[in-house]
Design a protein around this ligand. Structure first.
Ligand code: DGL
Length: 253
């Protein structure tokens, strides 16, 4: 048993969609959530710059003596997880677009993966699709502005709807049975997606998979905790104020 906290990290509020699932699976833990609000969005910035931000977050967690780190950000995972695992011995769990479950459940139709520009361009996702022999069945599309809308807590509005429709432009939405939400900010727009996509579209994200993997890792390394649930939120290393704490709590509730 180990009662130290678990660090959960994203560029902004997106990782809270993952934290929500983690808490459902692991309610007896303490969590430190790090939103890199000074530097969000990551997905449209140069990779080397984003890697520095990620490193700062990891060093922050190390200074707080966390027992495990969850990178609740597809963009950060795709560019940094391999290097981080080489550099740190602490368990680090990442997230990647749930392409495999998307393919397995596609019912003869195509799969649309939505992510940030970095995630779409990175080899990690390209290889994932190739290794599943699914280049014909999977289309990739970036939706960078959704991250900005999410940070303004604008999850449903005419502007959001217009933006998604514009990005989808020439795609024939009836070709798809499955939407893979490959950015942790995107589950916040499920209501908008269900307005725009045909009725039966299934939306898949990697949140629950990450939660289950974290549970497994903690059990195998004998690091599971037995705490009252506790969450402390930090904005780029500074304790979040009351307004932000309320905002963050409302997203995970
Ligand atoms: N939430 C992030 C992801 O899963 C990154 C969004 C961003 O900062 O661009 O990719």
């Amino acid at each position: 048993m180990n009662n130290k906290p678990i660090g959960v990290f994203d560029s902004g509020i997106g990782g809270l969609t993952v934290l929500k699932k983690i808490i459902e699976v692991l309610p007896n833990e303490k969590y430190i959530y790090y939103a890199d609000t000074d530097n969000v969005p990551y997905g449209i910035k140069p990779k080397e710059e984003v890697k520095k931000y990620i490193k700062n977050a990891i060093e922050f967690f190390i200074s707080k003596e966390v027992k495990a780190i969850v990178i609740a950000c597809n963009t950060a995972t795709s560019i940094a997880i391999n290097d981080l695992r080489k550099e740190y011995t602490i368990p680090i769990i990442g997230i990647e677009p749930a392409v495999k479950p998307g393919i397995e459940n596609r019912e003869g139709k195509k799969v649309l993966v939505m992510a940030t520009p970095i995630t779409i361009q990175e080899e990690k996702l390209q290889n994932l699709v190739k290794n599943l022999n699914a280049t014909e069945e999977v289309d990739l599309i970036s939706m960078p502005k959704l991250v900005e809308f999410a940070e303004k807590t604008e999850f449903e509005s005419n502007e959001v709807e217009e933006y998604i429709e514009r990005q989808l432009g020439t795609y024939n939405l009836n070709d798809y049975s499955t939407l893979v939400l490959g950015c942790t900010h995107f589950p916040l727009f499920k209501n908008e997606f269900s307005k725009i996509f045909p009725n039966k579209i299934q939306m898949i994200d990697g949140g629950l998979g990450v939660a289950n993997r974290l549970k497994d890792v903690l059990e195998k390394t004998e690091l599971s905790g037995n705490n009252e649930l506790e969450i402390n939120y930090y904005n780029s290393g500074k304790l979040a104020n009351e307004t932000d704490t309320k905002k963050y709590n409302s997203i995970i509730s």
